[in-house]
Design a protein around this ligand. Structure first.
Ligand code: C2E
Ligand code: CA
Ligand code: CA
Ligand code: CA
Length: 280
């Protein structure tokens, strides 16, 4: 039998098959979850160090599935990207976070965080309507634009479509742009030449070994220098110990986020955070 190239390699893979039906099921359940209120937004403090004030919060989505329990966003966000539901889910997350932030500003005044940072995925950013969606949500919730940042990754920017144009539009209306997982992509530095970035989120992988002399602390130091020179704000992600916090402080970092300060919570506490080594 004649086999054309490409066909010869197409074999039935039970694992792949399993995965795709699993995705389809998860996708269908996500539709129901959105309609029945199974999604929740939690907020992780970003702390001004060493003062301990909560300067900002990152909004993170959670799915409380009635049978499966808590499903990780690392699991369902990629599925929502694939089936397109991320457009509706993403808008819901954005609206929820902006409404919440507007309420904190109204209730807590000066003790409220300055900013809520919301993760935005490639597919949301690629479409033509995203800047308008954001503007509408800000108008609807009454949140002034400078209290919102959108977190994008290098991959989501490079996936193209309208992404770069959209980021410029968002910047123009006063929304800040945060580059997430910075340093883990292939051309993180190159991206800084084409995309207007206000906030660099230095990836946890550089924070993990920052207390040891060696390449990670050298990179962490280079990244804070670059962000300062370019007029950006650096946030160190995934800070788990007091020693890491102090080492980052020594390098010049002033904004830290991680389990050492707080896990993401539905009701974060905006009181001051532990600041000194051994203080917990
Ligand atoms: P990310 O944007 O890089 O978010 C940081 C992740 O690290 C969060 O996991 C957070 O809970 C976790 N984290 C924070 N501090 C620490 C720490 O000290 N140690 C460790 N080991 N982890 C820490 P989460 O909430 O499970 O989210 C995973 C990823 O899913 C996010 O990574 C983001 O890419 C995506 N995601 C989460 N929420 C959303 C959302 O609302 N929209 C979109 N598009 N993606 C989201
Ligand atoms: Ca993020
Ligand atoms: Ca990140
Ligand atoms: Ca990530």
């Amino acid at each position: 039998a004649a086999k054309r190239a490409g066909q010869a390699y197409r074999r039935w893979d039970p694992a792949l098959d399993e995965q795709s039906t699993g995705h389809a099921r998860l996708g269908a359940e996500m539709r129901i979850a959105l309609d029945t209120g199974q999604f929740q937004v939690v907020y992780q403090p970003i702390v001004a160090y060493p003062e301990g004030r909560v300067a900002a919060v990152e909004a993170l989505v959670r799915w409380e599935h009635p049978q499966r329990g808590t499903v990780s966003p690392a699991q369902f966000v990629p599925v929502a990207e694939q089936n397109g539901l991320i457009i509706e889910l993403g808008a819901w997350i954005l609206r929820t976070a902006c409404r919440r932030m507007a309420r904190w500003r109204a209730e807590l005044g000066g003790s409220a965080p300055d900013k809520v940072s919301v993760n935005v995925s490639a597919r949301q950013l690629a479409g033509p309507g995203f800047a308008t969606t954001v503007a509408d949500i800000l108008a609807e919730t009454g949140l002034p634009p400078h209290h919102l940042a959108v977190e994008v990754t290098e991959t989501s920017v490079f996936e193209g479509g309208q992404a770069v144009t959209t980021l410029h539009e968002l910047r123009k209306i006063g929304v800040q742009i945060a580059l997430d997982d910075f340093g883990t992509g292939h051309s993180s530095l190159g991206l800084l030449q084409t995309v207007p970035v206000d906030i660099l989120k230095v990836d946890k992988s550089f924070v993990d070994n920052v207390t040891e002399a060696g390449r990670h602390s050298v990179i962490a130091e280079a990244l804070i220098q670059i962000s300062t020179e370019l007029g950006m704000t650096a946030v160190a992600e995934g800070v788990e110990t007091a020693e890491q916090a102090d080492a980052l402080h020594q390098l010049g970092y002033t904004l830290l986020q991680g389990y050492h300060f707080s896990r993401p919570l539905a009701e974060p506490d905006f009181g001051r955070r532990p600041t000194t080594t051994g203080g917990m």
